[in-house]
Structures are given as C-alpha cells and as structure tokens.
Design a protein around this ligand. Structure first.
Ligand code: ITT
Length: 200
C-alpha cells in the first residue's frame, strides 16, 4: 500500500517518515505529485485543516493520505498563534520571523506566565471515504531566546516540561523529540487503530 504525506513542510516530513518507517507502506509526499494543487487551508481548527488536507490528497492521488495540522498555543496570548502558527508573522514568514514576533509579543511576560503547548491533529484518509483521527499535545514554556539547531518551526524557543525547562526542543535528538512530541503522541495513537483500518 502507498501512503501520501499530505504536507509540504520538510520538518514534518522528516519526523513523520521516521515515525512510520517500520510499517509496510510505501511513503510518498505531496512533492511527488507536482501536478496536484495543494488545498487552501481555510479551516478555523486543527481538525478542519487536517481533514481538508487529508481528503484532498487522498482523492487527488487515489492513495491513502495522512495530514498533520499542528501549531503552538501560548496561554498569555489567548492561545495564539494556534492554527495560524505557520504564518504568524505574515503569509511567507520564515521560522525565524515567526519566532521573533512571538518573543516580542511575550517580552514583558514573566516565566511563570509563559506556559504553552504544541498540538497536533492527524487525519488518515482512505480514498474510499473512510478516515481516522488522532491527536497529541506537548506541554512546555516559551524561552527568552532561541537555542538549538535540530527540529523546525518554534522548537528553538520551546522548553518541554520533561527537561525541567533546561533544554529547548531544538536541542533534542530527533528520536527524543519523536518520543515526547505532540506529533509522536498522535502517531502512536493512530498506530493503535491502524491494523483494523488497513484491513477494512
Ligand atoms: P502543511 O500544511 O503543508 O503540512 P504547514 O507548515 O503550513 O505545512 P500547519 O499549517 O500545520 O503546517 O502549521 C504548523 C506550524 O506549527 C509549523 O509551520 C510550525 O511553525 C508549528 N509547528 C508544528 N509542529 C511543530 C514542531 O514539532 N516544532 C516546532 N514548530 C511546530
């Protein structure tokens, strides 16, 4: 069976491939289908966007499609940037620009009020119309300055609770991040449901 990763985000592709590597699936990505236009992400929730991406790529390619919609929710910002995490600092914003805007928004916020979490919703969509949903959350604190070079997105300013706030997510090995992260947890939950889904 072929599975299409319904994403153009290289960071997600790297992590999802590692998390799926032992499964008997041929993994392709959106990039393998240059003729297919990506959908517009017009949803207001992680679920809506994950669903629309997975459905779009499954129907366009005729293969199983897995979409990940994720983002960072910062309590002191009322849950922002949330579903807008990828484009927080503008339509074509880089990770660095998004991080700069986030640190600026939090510059007067003390450590005890810098709590945040990454959230990930994964939808696996079968071209026949069946689908599965899985979610994962990763709790942490927003650092005062970026540190580390692994991972992607907001990892350099996310201090996961598991490391007593001493390491950013960008200072963790890919294996450690995948074991603890919102994406790793969502994938673990999805795997539980997978045998029945693929057999059905
Ligand atoms: P696709 O829609 O093509 O999958 P995207 O980057 O637009 O790519 P999202 O709309 O789901 O995807 O935005 C997710 C953003 O949330 C991502 O660009 C990062 O800024 C942030 N994010 C999600 N997971 C993250 C992680 O594990 N580490 C750091 N930042 C993350």
């Amino acid at each position: 069976k072929t599975l299409v990763l319904a994403t153009g985000n290289e960071g997600k592709i790297r992590e999802l491939k590692a998390l799926l590597e032992d499964l008997p699936l041929k993994i392709l990505t959106a990039r393998d289908f240059p003729e297919v236009e990506p959908p517009r992400e017009i949803g207001e929730t992680f679920f809506d966007n994950a669903f629309l991406k997975a459905r779009h790529w499954a129907l366009a390619t005729g293969h199983l499609a897995l979409a990940d919609d994720s983002g960072l929710e910062v309590d002191a910002l009322g849950g922002a940037p949330g579903v807008h995490s990828a484009r927080y600092a503008g339509p074509a914003a880089s990770d660095e620009e998004n991080i700069r805007k986030l640190l600026e928004a939090l510059k007067d916020v003390p450590p005890e009020r810098r709590t945040a979490r990454f959230r990930c919703v994964i939808i696996l969509y079968h071209p026949a119309g069946r689908w599965l949903k899985a979610e994962g959350v990763w709790e942490g604190i927003i650092a005062r300055e970026p540190r580390g070079s692994q991972g992607f997105g907001y990892d350099p300013v996310f201090l996961p609770v598991e490391f007593d706030l001493r390491k950013t997510a960008a200072e963790l090995s890919p294996e450690t991040k995948n074991r603890l992260s919102h994406r790793g947890k969502a994938l673990a939950a999805l795997r539980e449901m997978l045998p029945e889904f693929l057999a059905g």
